[in-house]
Design a protein around this ligand. Sequence first.
Ligand SMILES: Cc1cc2nc3c(=O)[nH]c(=O)nc-3n(C[C@H](O)[C@H](O)[C@H](O)COP(=O)(O)OP(=O)(O)OC[C@H]3O[C@@H](n4cnc5c(N)ncnc54)[C@H](O)[C@@H]3O)c2cc1C
Length: 223
Amino acid sequence: MPHQVKIQKIDFITHDVLQIQTERPTNYTFEPGQATEVALDKEGWRDEKRPFTFTGLPNDDFLQFTIKVYPDHNGVTDTLQTLEQGDQLLLEDVWGAISYQGPGVFLAGGAGATPFIAIFRHLAQQNQLEGNRLLFANKREKDIIMQSQFEEWLGKDFINILSEEESGKYAHGFMDAEFLKEHITDTAAKFYLCGPPPMMESVQKDLENLGISKEQMVAEELS
Ligand SMILES: Cc1cc2nc3c(=O)[nH]c(=O)nc-3n(C[C@H](O)[C@H](O)[C@H](O)COP(=O)(O)OP(=O)(O)OC[C@H]3O[C@@H](n4cnc5c(N)ncnc54)[C@H](O)[C@@H]3O)c2cc1C
C-alpha cells in the first residue's frame, strides 16, 4: 500500500525545478541518495509512478523532493506544478543505488544532482564536506539547481560546465575527457555519477580511460 502524504510547501527554485516538502509517514526511513516512486493522489494519476530522490535530511520530520518539470512530456512532472499546499502524493517504499562511500568526485548532469544534494546536506550537518568535489553539467547558468547552496557547501570544489552558454564564469562545453582530466586530481578516489543515460555512458568511458575502475564508481541513471 502506498503512503499518502500531504504537500506542506511547493515552490519553484529555478525556472523549471520544483521543491516540494511533504509530510513524512511514520517509520519511513531513507539514506541520503535514495529515492522512491511518487504518484499524484488524483483521479487518473494514481498509477503513474515516477522515481524521485529525497533531498532532505534523514532526520527531518518532513520529506523534501527537488523535481525538474518537463512540460512537453504532459506527464507527472508537468502536472506536479499545478499542485498546491494540502494536495496529496502517494509514495512507495524506499530504494536507490547511490550512497556515500567516502570522499570523492561527484559528477552530475541536470537533475542528476538530486542524490548529491541529499548527501552533501548530510555531510554538511556532520561537518564532513572536506575532500569532496562536484562537477556539474548544465545547459545554462539558470538551470543550475541550488547554485548558491552548492557554492556555500563546496567553495572552489563546486565546478560547473555549461553546454549552451559561454558565461566567462564557467567552462563551456560537455563534460568530456579534457574537462575531466583537468578537474580530477586523485584517480584513486570514489566517483559518484548521476545524470541522463547519454552523459553517464560517455563519462563512464572517459573515467575508465583515465584509469578509474568500475569498482570506484557509484552510479545511477536518471532514465
Ligand atoms: C532513481 C531515480 C531518481 C530520480 N530522481 C529525480 C529527482 O530527484 N528529481 C528529478 O527531477 N528527476 C529525478 N529522476 C528523473 C525523473 O524520474 C523523471 O524526470 C520523471 O520520471 C519524468 O516524469 P514525467 O511523467 O514528467 O515524464 P516522462 O515519464 O519522462 O514522460 C511522460 C510521457 O511523455 C512522453 N515523452 C517522453 N519524453 C518526451 C520528450 N522528450 N518530448 C515529448 N514527450 C516525451 C512519453 O510518451 C512519456 O510516456 C529520477 C530518476 C531515477 C531513475
